[in-house]
Design a protein around this ligand. Structure first.
Ligand code: F6R
Length: 626
């Protein structure tokens, strides 16, 4: 953990702690809770905890469970109040927060059922007001919340206090923001199924807790966390109200801290070390801020932005500009696998060996094509031995309607010769029945999930083949954490790591491409990366590993900043069109915002604005070092 040091405070208005990863942050918070429970027990007083749902607190709950099981921590004298509940969902609904809490925490510890409090999503409309008032009164009667745990939504909400919630708002029913509903769409399979309303503690209710700890993990939360921590206190970002609480803190992992000034622009808080990476970041930032190509930046502009010291180190802006410009230019290569027989001293990838064995790991089908479809095609056409490995089936993204369509085709074709296709008829009919029985929100049975995974598999195979990958070099790992889990409840196990490890051991690749290192650690991408990482670490010292480079692509996450990119693969208009055709093979689920190739075009425009060569589109990579 990096402690706060003084210059940071100028920007950070909530004391903020950056941890290496979510589990270490969660362990720190859990230890604090344990200490309070132990202290209060000695005093004969209960502890009142304010709890949250969603992905963020899951590592914290796992640690509390561990403390209970392994260290005998008792929750018998703990009272809990949850922040919120979806309106209209019964307690046993698969996505209700009540059920979430049971599954994630309550059923694993010795909390007394009468000490558990969540708003009730089923109270009739005319009873909501009284129910909310009673919830407030119950918190008060318990003595108020000692520690309130919070996550932050991408709208800046705490609890479900969407933008516009006032600082003194109390527990109430309110409509969910469109962004919040989109973020919950995966849990409910599609956006239309996400409830439109929720009952939530108000901002005022939350601020009455004696201590507040807001947590955020992964790059997706970086922008909103920085707004809450550094921006003005405003109703537009409910979490910003933590700024005026006397004992509020933020716990972030590296991904979620990425947009804080101390991380993004360290020279502004007197933290610059002017490493080569930081120098590059500062110069490119200045070029984008001044809207000028790198080579046109002047001494005066550096001075105005707190970078006088940097220029002095280089003598003048010209020398600094040229160095950073060259480095940026050198990231561009048409040879992702290295250019054979060429001088590779300033190229991103080595010339030898050639051809290389390349392993592309896709956490979910489509990550590969979205993030690096153009590069996949290059690697194949330049003669490398390209293997694609889909780590999970991706079936949780597929609607029942897709499965129904496939089952009906099978049924209708089989019915033409019912004697011969008896088993198929039974299978297809069974699928249709399972869908009917489980309804829109029931847990999908394994057989249905398998069918959906096969639908996705077909699409993934078609897409990879359309980019030139040989059918025999496409693997489907079906990692158990995904096959046996569901959103927000995935749990990585030894079998996941073993499966990834056996692919590494079989192929002994010279290059690996993967995504997910800074993603939310509980997301499919985050877990798949963790599985890869463990498998990789377990093979330390093996000769092939010493020769292997790991390249990170961005998949579905927003693209790298220009300063982060170590390899940029340009694409011609035709190459981009070809990539987009491959993306379109994923008919059962696709991300509309990524279908038009604008993200790759934007990156090319960015390179152009920095003064490097102008291309139609670019795919970006970063080298991963442990
Ligand atoms: C949940 C809650 C919300 C979540 C927020 C982040 O009880 O009140 O504010 O904390 O939406 O959700 P995740 O953690 O799923 O990213």
């Amino acid at each position: 953990m990096s402690a706060r040091t003084s210059p940071t405070e100028a920007f950070e208005k909530i004391p903020t702690f950056i941890f290496d990863d979510a589990p270490s942050a969660a362990a720190a918070l859990a230890a604090e809770v344990r200490d309070l429970i132990v202290k209060r027990k000695a005093e004969g007083r209960p502890v009142v905890l304010g709890l949250a749902t969603g992905s963020t607190p899951v590592p914290f709950y796992r640690e509390l469970i561990r403390l209970h099981r392994e260290e005998g921590l008792s929750f018998a004298e703990v009272i809990t109040f949850n922040l919120d509940e979806y309106y209209g969902l019964s307690r046993d609904h698969r996505e209700s927060y009540f059920r979430f809490m049971q599954e994630q925490l309550f059923s694993h510890i010795d909390l007394k059922p009468e000490n558990i409090h969540l708003p009730d999503g089923t109270v009739p409309l005319d009873g909501v007001f009284a129910h909310c008032a009673a919830y407030e009164a119950a918190i008060e009667a318990a003595g108020g919340v000692d520690i309130q745990v919070l996550g932050i939504g991408r709208t800046g909400h705490i609890g479900f206090n969407e933008p516009g919630s006032s600082k003194d708002s109390l527990t109430r029913l309110l409509p969910l923001d469109i962004v919040t509903r989109q973020d919950a769409a995966a849990d409910f399979l599609r956006e239309e199924n996400v409830p439109r309303f929720a009952i939530t503690m108000g901002v005022g209710t939350i601020l009455r807790a004696r201590k507040l700890v807001m947590m955020a993990w992964g790059g997706n939360k970086a922008e909103i966390a920085a707004k809450a921590i550094e921006g003005p206190e405003t109703e537009a970002v409910s979490a910003s109200f933590l700024q005026s609480h006397a004992d509020a803190r933020c716990f972030l992992d590296r991904g979620a801290s990425g947009a804080l000034t101390r991380v993004r622009l360290p020279w502004l808080v007197g933290r610059a070390e002017w490493t080569p990476a930081e120098t590059r970041r500062a110069v490119l930032w200045l070029a984008l801020t001044e809207k000028k190509p790198v080579l046109k930046l002047r001494d005066g502009e550096y001075n105005e932005h707190g970078m006088a010291e940097l220029v002095t180190r280089y003598g003048n802006a010209y020398h600094l500009n040229i160095e950073v410009f060259n480095r940026q230019q050198q990231t561009i290569t048409g040879w992702p696998g290295g250019k054979p027989n060429a001088d590779d001293t300033s190229r991103p990838e080595r010339a030898a060996p050639f051809p290389k064995t390349v392993l592309i790991l896709a956490p979910e089908p489509q990550d590969d094509v979205l993030g690096m479809g153009g590069t996949m095609e290059r690697l194949v056409s330049q003669g490398h031995d390209v293997h694609v490995c889909y780590m999970t089936g991706g079936d949780l993204r597929i609607t029942d309607a897709e499965a129904i369509r496939f089952a009906r085709v099978l049924l209708e074709t089989s019915e033409q010769d019912p004697e011969r296709w008896k088993e198929q008829i039974g299978y297809a009919g069974g699928i249709l029945e399972e869908i009917e029985v489980k309804g829109p929100f029931g847990d999908p049975p394994a057989r249905l999930r398998r069918l959906k995974a096969l639908i996705r598999r077909g699409e993934a195979r078609d897409a990879a083949i359309s980019l030139g990958v040989k059918p025999g070099q496409i693997r489907f790992l079906d990692l158990p954490f995904y096959t046996e889990g569901r959103y927000r409840q995935f749990r990585l196990g030894a079998a996941d790591v073993t499966a990834v490890g056996s692919v590494l051991a079989t192929l002994r690749p010279h290059q690996i491409y993967i995504t997910g290192n800074l993603a939310d650690p509980s997301s499919v991408q985050g877990l798949a990366f963790a599985a890869f990482r463990s498998a990789w670490e377990a093979r330390a010292g093996q000769p092939w590993r010493e020769q292997c480079r790991v390249w990170l692509y961005r998949g579905q996450q927003s693209e790298y900043g220009p300063h982060e990119i170590q390899m940029a693969i340009p694409m011609s208009p035709d190459q981009l069109t070809h990539k987009l055709h491959a993306v379109q093979k994923f008919q059962s689920h696709t991300l509309p915002e990524l279908l038009d190739g604008e993200r790759n075009r934007d990156l090319a425009r960015l390179y152009d604005s920095l003064g490097t060569a102008e291309y139609e589109a670019i795919e970006a990579f970063r080298r991963w070092v442990e």
